[in-house]
Design a protein around this ligand. Structure first.
Ligand code: GLY
Length: 586
């Protein structure tokens, strides 16, 4: 079947899960970050959370498409094969590096609040936040941005038609694809999530209510029809045509507030990325309404004040400094970040070296600073498994790169499917601050700048990131993980830059996280107990938590491709391909 057909025409040089193989092969030629002469003929590399999407995107590269073509193809394919996070009913951010002009650009296709949204829409009669409304109802849905976002990327920087980019997604939805363990488990774990949506239950579960078995075929006819309509009629079919009509009818019938005008007027926004430096690397990342880029650079600036490499990877000193940087950055996030089209954001100050130096001077190497002293303390939050959101990265033979994170917010978003379309609605409205001082699902606090307003974009933590050193070192990375996205990307950067790891090592290394409140260091399994004891001695509260993030990273170093899909989650795949440079386009 189409969905599982191998692509014999692509000489697949390196396939993850053989990430380690990939590295040992290349390392023999030259260390990943060592100088060397550029090598020509390599076709590119793709890393996504799901194998069909990686293969579909790799095929586009092999046919001579560029990184943007491949990324857009991956984006649509993941909407079919990774329905918990891949989407056309959500939104996200794409960061693009254009090698020819050495320019980076960002496409913000984040969802926005419907026009009828208002500040207190999720408060009950007692003034408490009703999380059922903000997470599991049609009111939870922001106006989706993915379809126009991906189409804009293709129109501005791509070389293939929208039809070609969507084709694998249509085939995989129409003919079905083999259900793997990841999809099976994620559906088995949450039938209750879909309780408000007969259409979703019908799409994802057997008639007896059981999840599709591993090895069975998941066919999504409604989604196939929707995707074909977009391929035939263009993105406006989603925003002003028959798909929009279905969404609006569903909203009207079920208490939702997204209108035909909201959909028609939705536009992705081209933004200037934020950039900074970390030691001898340039860091380019997503600007607001993502908080990711600003706080990544802010934390790196603080870390630059300390000899992190000398302290060593995940040593007590390194962890302590990182934690103190995270604490301060997330405190600022709660106060200063929001939609830049609605509020003034002091970006320049937040990413300045001077501000970082000032913050670094407040860090006591021997003692944790209680978060209550960084800013007023608030209530603790539950630990949430965050399987939502997904990231993919692509670099092509010309050195163009795409790093893209997009999401429905929770796994499978609100759990609500628009009947007859196969489209899952996001629950991104929960990323707004529904009430000052009340954390969102990730325990993140927000203020006025992230309060709900009509047509405003909710603050995000998604952190698609590009790293450059000189002309021949390019890394594209990013991760899912809710509030832990920014600190996950931070650790990838430090692991590469400070600790000299290759991408596989940087990806696999145990992660930790602090977000100001709750005032605790969350640690994955795998840390040295003596190091954790040393952190406790410095008054850190250390809590064992589940695995964090799922990075998809590719790099082009001196013409050689490196990449790794995070081993933390099942089903991911990185493919590096090499056709000897035969199929080049001007
Ligand atoms: N929905 C998670 C984020 O955008 O940060």
């Amino acid at each position: 079947m189409t969905s599982i057909r191998p692509y014999p025409q692509i000489p697949i040089a390196l396939v993850v899960p053989c990430v380690l193989l990939l590295f040992s092969a290349d390392r023999a030629i030259s260390g990943p970050f060592a100088p060397g002469s550029p090598v020509t003929g390599s076709t590119g590399m793709v890393a996504t959370q799901e194998a069909h999407a990686t293969r579909a995107a790799a095929k586009v590269l092999a046919e001579g498409g560029n990184a943007i073509d491949a990324a857009v193809c991956a984006g649509f394919t993941l909407a079919v094969t990774l329905p918990r996070a891949g989407n056309i009913g959500g939104g996200g951010f794409m960061l693009i590096h254009l090698e020819k002009t050495n320019r980076q650009t960002a496409i913000d296709y984040r969802e926005k609040a419907p026009t009828a949204a208002h500040r207190d829409m999720f408060l009950d009669s007692k003034g408490n936040v009703d999380t059922n409304l903000s997470r599991s109802s049609r009111l939870a849905a922001g106006v989706p941005g993915t379809v126009r976002g991906l189409a804009l990327a293709l129109q501005q920087h791509g070389t293939i038609s929208l039809k070609r980019a969507i084709q694998p997604a249509i085939e995989l939805a129409e003919d079905g694809f083999i259900v793997g363990q990841d999809l099976h488990q994620s559906l088995k774990a949450r039938p209750g999530h879909f309780k408000n949506s007969p259409a979703a239950l019908q799409a994802y579960y057997n008639p007896d209510g059981s999840p599709p078995a591993i090895g069975s075929r998941l066919i999504q006819k409604d989604l196939a029809r929707t995707l074909r309509t977009i391929a035939d009629q263009g993105p406006d079919a989603f925003y002003a045509g028959p798909i929009a009509a279905a969404i609006v009818a569903d909203m009207k019938a079920n208490g939702g507030i997204i209108t035909a005008d909201d959909l028609r007027d939705y536009r992705p926004i081209i933004r200037q990325p934020v950039s900074g430096t970390y030691r001898d690397w340039k860091v380019v990342a997503m600007p607001p309404p993502s908080s990711g880029g600003i706080h990544l650079i802010q934390m790196l600036n603080i870390l630059e004040e300390f000899p992190i490499a000398k302290y060593g990877h995940n040593s007590a000193n390194t962890m302590h400094i990182c934690i103190e940087s995270m604490r301060r950055a997330y405190a600022d996030r709660s106060r200063y970040l929001g939609d830049p089209d609605f509020t003034e954001i002091p970006t320049k100050a937040l990413i300045s070296k001077g501000y970082a130096k000032m913050l670094s001077e407040k860090i006591d190497l021997s003692q944790a600073t209680p978060s209550g002293k960084v800013s007023p303390g608030l209530e603790p939050v539950e630990d949430l498994e965050s399987n939502e959101t997904t990231h993919f990265s692509v670099i092509d033979r010309w050195g163009n790169a795409v790093t893209n994170t997009y999401t429905l917010n929770f796994s499978y978003g609100s759990g609500i499917m628009v009947a007859g379309t196969g489209i899952l609605l996001n629950n991104e409205m929960d990323d707004f601050s529904a009430k000052p001082g009340v954390p969102n699902a990730y325990g993140l606090l927000g203020g006025k700048r992230n309060a709900i307003e009509p047509n405003k974009r909710m603050l995000s933590s998604m952190t698609p990131t590009l790293l450059f050193k000189g002309k021949n070192h390019l890394v594209a990375t990013g991760s899912p993980g809710g509030s832990r996205i920014i600190t996950t990307v931070l650790q990838i950067v430090c692991n590469l830059v400070d600790h000299g790891m290759d991408i596989a090592g940087a990806t696999a290394a145990a992660r930790f996280h602090h977000q100001w409140f709750p005032d605790e260091v969350q640690v994955e399994p795998g840390f040295d107990p003596d190091i954790l004891a040393s952190l406790r001695k410095r008054s850190h509260t250390v809590k064992a938590r589940s695995l964090m993030g799922s990075t998809q990273t590719v790099a082009r170093i001196n013409g050689l491709f490196f990449g790794a899909s995070d081993p933390r989650r099942q089903g991911a795949l990185t493919i590096g391909i090499n056709d000897g440079g035969k199929k080049t386009r001007p």
